[in-house]
Design a protein around this ligand. Structure first.
Ligand code: FAD
Ligand code: PHB
Length: 389
């Protein structure tokens, strides 16, 4: 065998899996299509569940996160000017950490460099074969040359558009999908956050989210129709729209400035089952997508890494394959609960084009109930801070 585990995709799930496996003495090769600079230029998730924080610490990459991350004890959900505070710490005893996916990925690359693991960039035309044989094989082109690696297991960490999921025969896959009729326009701006915690805003003009990366870098979003293009949104138009969607009290404190990044992401819920096919395990966005409203995408990728690394370590160090056999069912239990939460948060906070007046009242009533019921708050907090592994 050329290596023990070939990992396809050098995003957060592939890199964290490589990190955890190498620390357990298991050899890996990571195959990444893009350059490292390109992977690090993607602005994506911003909230880490405490389980993710602990996983990163255990993997030896917690130092910068602990020094620079911002622990948050709660968040706000709003209905017009009414602000409902969800106090995670009081309701569950736990909190979340604000630390961007870009930073996590940078820390992972630095740790992989320090360990001297193999991460190949610019890898094209990956073909996965022999998943039911004694050894799997992965062929690919890098720097113009075709190469093949044999291995015990293949980890598909190559995101929604990757090749791994499609290696499982179509007839053996079951896909579940909901595409939402809107996207999120997000900007990054070097300005102080409008509030000390995140604000998920339901307004008569649509949804907005006030998030942050650090005390002088904000990440703000507004719900937009899928037909909108980034070019349609000047900074002025963004700030005007954002300001009228957040509560007046927050809007009064808003500091605006030039955007340094602006992008539109469509919203989708998607699960492909099973997560394991012979010697192939799927992790992260390769197997499932959530709308960003519950801040679950990156965190789900990390809980998959937890389950998959346990299974791979047991198989490759003690020859026990029960964890590999059970990986799909075990990971899917948690995935479906996060799917439900993300769908519920999305439905509770967004305007759906063409909706009737009843739908808006249901959103308002859900938020009113949340404001008055500690039971409802506890349910939201328990899901937001992350269900146990
Ligand atoms: P990815 O990050 O997609 O990484 C997959 C890697 O595989 C990529 O580096 C890709 O280049 C590589 N790859 C793909 N195909 C191949 C191939 N054929 N061969 C080799 N390599 C390949 N989550 C949140 O919680 N909050 C957010 O605000 C948020 N915003 C998002 C915005 C966008 C536009 C997207 C796409 C996702 C967002 N997410 C968000 C989700 C979160 O970023 C993902 O859940 C997370 O990146 C999943 O990590 P991953 O490693 O599984 O997949
Ligand atoms: C972000 O900071 O980008 C972010 C935070 C919370 C979400 C989604 C995105 O629910």
């Amino acid at each position: 065998m050329d290596t023990q585990v070939v990992i396809i995709g050098g995003g957060p799930s592939g890199l964290l899996l490589s990190q955890v496996l190498n620390r357990a003495g298991i050899a890996t090769v990571v195959l990444e299509r893009s350059s490292r600079a390109h992977v690090l230029s993607r602005i994506r998730a911003g909230v880490l569940e405490w389980g993710s924080v602990e996983l990163l610490r255990e993997a030896g990459i917690g130092a910068r996160m602990d020094a620079q991350g911002l622990p948050h004890d709660g968040t706000y959900l709003t209905d017009g000017d009414r602000m409902v505070h969800i106090d995670f710490k009081a309701l569950t005893g736990r909190r979340v950490m604000i630390y961007g996916q870009t930073e996590v990925t940078e820390d992972l690359y630095a740790a992989q460099d320090a360990m001297g693991t193999t991460v190949l960039h610019g890898v094209e035309d990956v073909v996965i074969e022999d998943l039911d044989a004694a050894q799997a094989s992965v062929s690919f082109t890098v720097e113009g040359a075709r190469r093949t690696l044999t291995c015990a297991y293949v980890a598909g960490c190559d995101g929604f558009h990757g090749v791994s999921r499609k290696t499982i025969p179509e007839a053996k896959r079951q896909e579940f999908e909901r595409v939402y009729p809107f996207g999120w326009l997000g900007i990054l701006s070097r300005t102080p956050p409008v509030h000390d915690e995140l604000i998920y805003a339901n307004s008569e003009h649509g949804f907005a989210l006030a998030s942050m990366r650090n005390p002088n870098l904000v990440r703000y979003y507004v719900q937009v129709p899928l037909s909108d293009k980034v070019e349609d949104w000047s900074d002025d138009r963004f700030w005007t729209e954002f300001k009228r969607r957040i509560p007046a009290q927050a809007a009064a404190a808003l500091v605006t400035g030039p955007s340094i990044e602006k992008s539109i992401a469509p919203l989708r819920s998607f699960v492909s089952e099973p997560l394991r096919w012979g010697r192939l395990l799927l992790l992260g966005d390769a197997a499932h997508i959530v709308p960003p409203t519950g801040a679950k995408g990156l965190n789900l990728a990390f809980s998959d890494v937890h389950y998959a690394s346990e299974a791979l370590i047991a198989a490759l160090t003690h020859g026990s394959t029960a964890g590999i056999d059970g990986y799909s069912a075990r990971a899917l239990q948690r995935i479906w609960k996060a799917m439900r939460f993300s769908w519920q948060m999305t439905t509770m906070l967004h305007q759906f084009e063409g909706e009737d007046s009843f739908a808006a009242q249901m959103r308002r009533a859900t938020l009113a109930h949340l404001a008055d019921s500690e039971t409802a708050q506890k349910d939201l907090a328990e899901n937001y801070i992350g269900l146990p592994y």
